[in-house]
Design a protein around this ligand. Structure first.
Ligand code: BMA
Length: 317
């Protein structure tokens, strides 16, 4: 059922991509970077669409098996048109990440304005009504992912502030999802490695016996531009600012035509994963900022990857 390319640990579904421009029932430029949840056996994929005007918004696709998706007739969340949100989102909303807590679906996303990129938080109960909660960072931050439970009594998120031009993973905490602080460095790019230029969280963290499993993206800069790959890292359960393991090799690298060619070529960019009851994992990723794909693996394989290296020199904490 799956197809191997090279020696990647994630196995592309043989009928990738699962969503392309042809599947979108309204005019737009591209469809990419989708974040999944599974509710009562149904899969919801909240996806980023870039309109022909050039800015992004969100739409919803549904599926009974997590592989074949059908899109809703119109977008579900547009950049806000009213204050106090309008001016923070006037350049679009990007890269949603869904986390379910106590029956509510929280969407951490990138809000774009003339000041830059911020992390914003919204929620929905029914995937029809979307309520904005707060802009939760200053400009220069993106890749926010919310943990699925409180840690030591506080909500927690990973994000990627852009200090001195270095994109690294940080953690922050909040008592109410609106006010955030206690920020701490988690980990950064690794010189020489495939993730040497920049890294950021991709999927909301997954609880395992070994720690919080984080599927992240790493960028290598080349003379032909950046290459975005998918990797795994393991964070301490009690204090996720502590890295307990990290992959040496990426889980997935752009190799197929649909990952190599598009609006932004050489991009595999995950925004979420579904862990099935039998341990199978479906990782959803945008390919070349032009389509949405799924790759299959198991929890054992992901944990194995995220603990490939437990030595400080390659964790680089
Ligand atoms: C990142 C984000 C993603 C995008 C990726 C590759 O910085 O903007 O939305 O998929 O770049 O272009």
């Amino acid at each position: 059922m799956s197809m191997r390319h090279g020696t990647d640990r994630l196995h592309r579904w043989e009928r990738n991509p699962i969503l392309t421009l042809q599947d979108v029932p309204f005019r737009c430029n591209t469809v990419f970077n989708g974040t999944p949840v599974k509710v009562d056996g149904e899969y919801y994929l909240l996806i980023r669409i870039e309109g022909q005007q050039g800015y992004s918004f969100f739409a919803l696709a549904r599926s009974g098996d997590g592989l074949h998706f059908e899109m809703e007739k119109s977008p579900c969340m547009m950049p806000a048109t009213r204050e106090p949100w309008r001016s923070w989102e006037e350049n679009g909303i990007e890269d949603p990440r869904l986390t379910m807590i106590d029956g509510e679906y929280y969407i951490m996303y990138t809000a774009c304005s003339g000041y830059g990129h911020y992390i914003a938080l919204a929620k929905t109960e029914d995937f029809h009504h979307y309520e904005r909660i707060a802009i939760i960072s200053e400009p220069g931050n993106k890749d926010g992912v919310l943990f699925p439970e409180k840690i030591n009594g506080l909500y927690a998120r990973l994000d990627r502030p852009f200090g001195y031009g270095i994109g690294a993973m940080w953690i922050s905490y909040s008592p109410d999802l609106k006010h955030w602080g206690k920020s701490d460095y988690v980990c950064g790019p690794r010189p020489r490695f495939w993730d040497q230029h920049r890294i950021g969280a991709s999927a909301p963290p997954i609880r395992t016996d070994k720690g919080w499993l984080e599927i992240y993206h790493g960028v290598k800069m080349t003379s032909a531009g950046p290459i975005y790959r998918i990797g795994a890292i393991m964070l301490d359960l009690e204090n996720p600012a502590v890295v307990v393991g990290r992959c040496l090799e990426p889980l997935l690298s752009p190799r197929t035509n649909y990952e190599r060619v598009g609006d932004v070529g050489n991009v595999c960019f995950a925004c979420g994963a579904i862990v099935e009851d039998d341990g199978e994992v479906k990782v959803y990723y945008g390919a070349a900022d032009t389509s949405i794909c799924v790759a299959l693996t198991t929890m054992d394989e992901l944990i194995d990857s995220a603990t490939e290296c437990e030595d400080e020199t390659c964790i680089l904490h």
